[in-house]
Design a protein around this ligand. Structure first.
Ligand code: HEC
Ligand SMILES: [Cu+2]
Length: 354
């Protein structure tokens, strides 16, 4: 490649980088209601204090790096252009030889040290602010237990156990409501990351990690398990529904209720029992008390099934009951080998659990 081609290509890449950063700038997406899904996860559109602090330190680091890039690249470009080979050059003698220069040595050691110190201090301060938060407002306690490949949710003060779809109230300036989370794991290491709300945190067996979020804008925020925890690690999706305090209280009151028992779906409930679904799943108010799989008491209040692998509609539920290994190969629910009649009965029953 000729040098002009290299130059055009580099400039093109730099322009692309800027376009990317501009597209990712905060404010380009603003959720309106709690059901508005932020489909593109974006650390440059933070919602709430911990994510905002992280964004500040990220932008500072990027700007410093951009400054270094421009300074070094500029000097390099200057040297390449200004001292390029000319036809009038005398090739027979050596250029003047310079040995050591205190000014230059200082210039390339002192500023880099200062830059590293500034970035280290800014990062350390951010880590401190996020790991030892001073909450103002009454925090909502939420314990999240990672399972292969789904999330168990416990709201101890509300005595709620739910799964996969995290509901939290929005924080207004006048009434902040930080969510004080305890992250744990029932099996292997998992990672919790909802980029708009905070950075990543680990969930490890036999150790509780503290984490928090404080969303300040309504919306549904998506996240992922960030640790390769097994075959379906990529389908262990996190959904945080940030709703008004009133809607949150309504949701919580619903979750506290025992399951619906519609006499019309009695056959389905019996089939559920007879096929030992209850050894892995709990349905509040019935004999089913398993904790290996997600709580199904209010299964129909969730928008997705299989921790986000598919929308929670009739066709997908049917496919799941026929064989969960089709929709989510490698997941921890075995093919229960239900007959088509059992599938229909159980489906009719599960679809009343709202
Ligand atoms: C060996 C334990 C086990 C048994 C038995 C079992 N399941 Fe599951 N089930 C699971 C696990 C684990 C998951 C979570 C799978 C995932 O998302 O990775 C699950 C998920 C589900 C889901 C999706 C829940 C959600 O919110 O995503 C439904 C519905 C379900 N099971 C119904 C049943 C029915 C009906 C039966 C009986 C025919 C049954 N399960 C038997 C372990 C079990
Ligand atoms: Cu995981």
């Amino acid at each position: 490649m000729t040098s002009s081609k290299v130059l055009t290509r580099t400039l093109f890449l730099i322009c692309q980088l800027f376009l990317l950063l501009a597209a990712a700038s905060p404010g380009s997406v603003r959720a309106q209601g709690s059901d508005e899904i932020r489909a593109v996860q974006n650390i440059f559109a933070p919602v709430g204090p911990p994510a905002e602090t992280l964004q500040q330190v990220a932008v500072l680091t990027l700007l410093v790096c951009l400054g270094i890039f421009l300074a070094v690249g500029g000097l390099l470009l200057y040297a390449v252009v200004h001292y390029r080979r000319r036809s009038t050059d005398d090739d027979t003698t050596e250029p003047p030889q310079v040995y050591g220069s205190a000014a230059i040595e200082l210039a390339w050691t002192v500023p880099p040290i200062l830059i590293v110190v500034v970035l280290a201090l800014a990062t350390a301060r951010t880590v401190g602010e996020i790991q030892q938060p001073k909450f103002n407002g009454d925090p909502l306690e939420l314990r999240i237990v990672g399972h292969r490949f789904w999330w168990e949710l416990q709201y101890p003060k509300y005595k709620i156990i739910a799964a996969n779809e995290i509901h939290v109230p929005v924080s207004y300036l006048s009434t902040p409501r930080p969510i004080e989370m305890t992250l744990a794991s029932a099996d292997v290491a998992h990672g919790f990351w909802v980029p708009e709300l905070n950075g990543k945190e680990w969930l490890v067996p036999d150790h509780d990690s503290k984490w928090w979020i404080q969303p300040t804008s309504l919306g549904t925020y998506l996240g992922n398990c960030t640790v390769l925890c097994g075959l379906q690690h990529a389908n262990m999706l996190i959904r945080v529904v940030v709703e008004s305090p009133e809607d949150f209280e309504k949701w919580a009151a619903r979750q506290q209720q025992p399951a619906n028992s519609d006499p019309k779906t009695e056959e389905g409930r019996k089939a559920f029992e007879a096929n030992s679904c209850g050894s892995c799943h709990r349905i509040g108010g019935t004999g089913a008390g398993g904790i290996f799989g997600p709580d199904l008491t209010h299964f129909m209040t969730r928008q997705t099934l299989g921790a986000g692998v598919a929308p929670n509609d009739e066709a997908n539920l049917k496919a799941w009951l026929r064989n969960p290994q089709d929709l989510k190969p490698g997941c921890q629910m075995p093919d229960m080998k239900l007959s088509p009649i059992q599938v229909n009965q159980i489906m009719a029953y599960l679809r009343t659990l709202n």
